[in-house]
Design a protein around this ligand. Structure first.
Ligand SMILES: *Cc1c(COP(=O)(O)O)cnc(C)c1O
Length: 420
């Protein structure tokens, strides 16, 4: 098939042959996006789960402007700078107690790659032959070869399957079936080669907004700890208030051995990620032997402008963001309540500021026709929503108003009438 499109740009997760022209956005402010043809769109998914305080938050914009004039890039091997030092120090104060070191990178996928390399580097450097990673069914950890290996296998990565490494997989802890998950994890941890377990705490995002309870997370941590298997929390999406607390692990009262944060780290303004780890993982790389150093870097590691944006984000968290998260979560619950008994939907659910509901439809599933049809319907209503198959979810910036939410849920209800 050849393309009649004018633009040479190849967009992410887009089947261009089925998609019209891309919506051209010229400006963002708070929860709103403005198009070239002057439409105002409510951003109900925080521009792919990254925008927390709203688009172009003035405090973050100012920090970016000031830093850009001062120092906008510096090699991070052998050098450091104030924004990175400030962010690292503040992160360690806010993250679960017991995480001691911060490694910077520039995307969620990279932060997960770093976590996996830290885990294998740890075992390698202490001379224990553990290399197998344990994962949870339906997980998503990124689109690079390493992160695809630890994520759900399917149509998304079928072509690349020969490159993916082998992992041990445990079932998702669906309500009422948690014990099967815990038993499977315990069995996998008993394998001599088990190196680490990686999991999205409380909610599996791209896998369909699948939610599970904090006690399951706490139990999984306990099992890993007992078996001496490293516990990696991928909080790339769940971090920064999404689940109602700053980090999801807080709700289970656990400290992971390694934690990955990205998306909301800069409030959604610039790409940046961090991987935090416990001292013993860092110490296993600390040596007079250069061969034991941590062999990882990217050109823009800890870019000063991105770090300044992250620092500004952390400042906003000291000034009322937690309260806005709590009130948005309560508003979301009120909006969702009528849908809990609505026969057109099933699995109506919420964790913190995220709601999700599955539309009963014959062409459900990620590649079924319903997802794009829903998305087009919402676009006509000037709403940015991007259902995962028949799973409609709302994950807005925290500045969204109640009136905006009313509009979003009215459209969801109308979409069910029109499309189901
Ligand atoms: C988005 C996401 C990633 C990947 O982050 P990118 O910045 O898109 O590379 C990894 N893990 C989880 C849980 C995510 O939601």
């Amino acid at each position: 098939m050849t393309s009649p499109r004018k633009s040479p740009i190849w967009h992410p997760f887009t089947q261009h042959a089925l998609h019209g022209e891309m919506t051209r956005i010229v400006r963002g402010e708070g929860a709103y996006l403005y198009t070239a043809d002057d439409r105002r769109i409510i951003d109900a998914i925080a521009s792919w789960w990254v925008v927390t305080h709203g688009h172009c938050h003035p405090h973050i914009v100012r920090a970016i402007q000031e830093q850009a004039e001062q120092l906008n890039q510096i090699i991070f091997a052998g050098h450091t700078h104030d924004p990175a030092e400030a962010v690292a120090a503040q992160l360690l104060k806010l993250a679960p107690e017991g995480l001691d070191y911060v490694f910077f990178s520039d995307s969620g996928s990279t932060s997960v790659e770093v976590a996996l390399k830290m885990a294998l580097g740890y075992w390698h450097n202490i001379g224990v032959p553990r290399t197998r990673i344990i994962v949870m069914e339906h997980s998503y950890h990124g689109d690079t070869v390493g992160t695809m290996s630890v994520g759900a296998r399917g149509v998304f990565n079928r072509a690349y399957e020969p490159l993916l490494f082998d992992v041990a997989s445990i079932p998702f802890p669906a309500a009422g079936h948690e014990q099967a998950t815990l038993d499977a994890l315990e069995a996998a941890c008993k394998e001599q080669t088990a190196a680490a377990f990686i999991v999205e705490p409380l909610i599996l995002g791209a896998g369909g907004m699948l939610m599970y309870s904090p006690w399951v997370l706490a139990e999984m941590k306990r099992i890993c700890e007992a078996a001496n298997v490293l516990f990696i929390a991928d909080e790339v999406m769940t971090g920064w208030g999404r689940t109602g607390t700053l980090f999801a692990c807080e709700q289970a009262g656990i400290t992971p051995d390694i934690a990955c944060y990205s998306k909301g780290l800069t409030g959604g303004s610039l790409p940046l990620a961090v991987t935090l780890c416990r001292a013993d993982i860092y110490d296993a790389h600390y040596s007079s032997d250069r061969a034991r150093m941590f062999f990882h870097s990217s050109s823009y590691t800890a870019n000063p402008v991105a770090c300044a944006a992250a620092k500004a984000n952390l400042e906003l968290w000291q000034h009322g963001t937690g309260e806005r998260v709590t009130s948005l979560a309560a508003m979301q619950e009120r909006m969702l309540a009528p849908f809990r008994t609505d026969a057109r939907f099933e699995s109506v659910r919420r964790t913190g500021t995220i709601t999700a509901l599955d539309l009963k439809a014959s062409d459900a599933g990620y590649l079924g026709g319903i997802g794009p049809k829903l998305q087009a319907f919402f676009e006509r209503r000037n709403l940015l929503l991007r259902p995962l198959g028949n799973t409609i979810y709302v994950m807005p910036p925290y500045c969204l108003t109640e009136a905006d939410l009313v509009e979003i849920y009215a459209a969801i209800s109308d979409a069910a009438d029109e499309l189901a």
